[in-house]
Design a protein around this ligand. Sequence first.
Ligand code: DC
Length: 214
Amino acid sequence: MIIAIDGTAGSGKGTLAKKLSSKLNLKHLDTGILFRLIASQAIKFNISNNDKRLIDLCKNLTIDEVIKTENCERKNLRSNIVSKKASEIALNTSIRNELINFQRKYIKFDKSLYNGIILDGRDIGTVVFPDADYKFFLDANVKIRAKRRTQELIHLNYKVIYHEVLNELILRDKQDTNRTVGPLVKAKDAILIDSSVKSEDEVLKEALKYIKIN
Ligand code: DC
């Protein structure tokens, strides 16, 4: 079983993916981490957005590195500067193609360990896995998303203020939605969940209504 969750930044897609993953015993991949890992290396080595060295960084990305990052959240990966750079490099078709290959390889899972896989991102249901068994699209009012994201980052010890986070989300939404390759768009067959006035558990409950387990 493959579940695709796409949506805007801060809409709660990562939280829903984590909750479904533990509830249904699914392997989980936060695909934003892939873009953030490449972006953070690009910043470290001062590599510009269209430099071919970014493709090598994508080719060299290993599943172990991603798992390690997911298990022990590296603090700087959520910073505004990494978020902005991740959204910028995500405009590059060659980078997207490399990371799509990575995601397709990642879904090979041990069937004795997991019942399936769940991926969250921007183009999972439209481009990466258009035949996914279940597709969800999460969204929420941008001010609510900014409030939640600010709280989350403060909790992780980032020094952020609401207005900066709001501006960053507005910019990323625009960039992610308007790009020509793999834009953030709801797949026709995706189930829309507006999380503006729903708690994490209410969102989980709503998603579970649609998922049938054999
Ligand atoms: O999900 P996130 O906020 O961690 O993602 C960071 C950026 O990475 C996002 O603004 C756009 C890019 N991204 C993407 O283009 N496609 C994905 N599947 C996941 C992330």
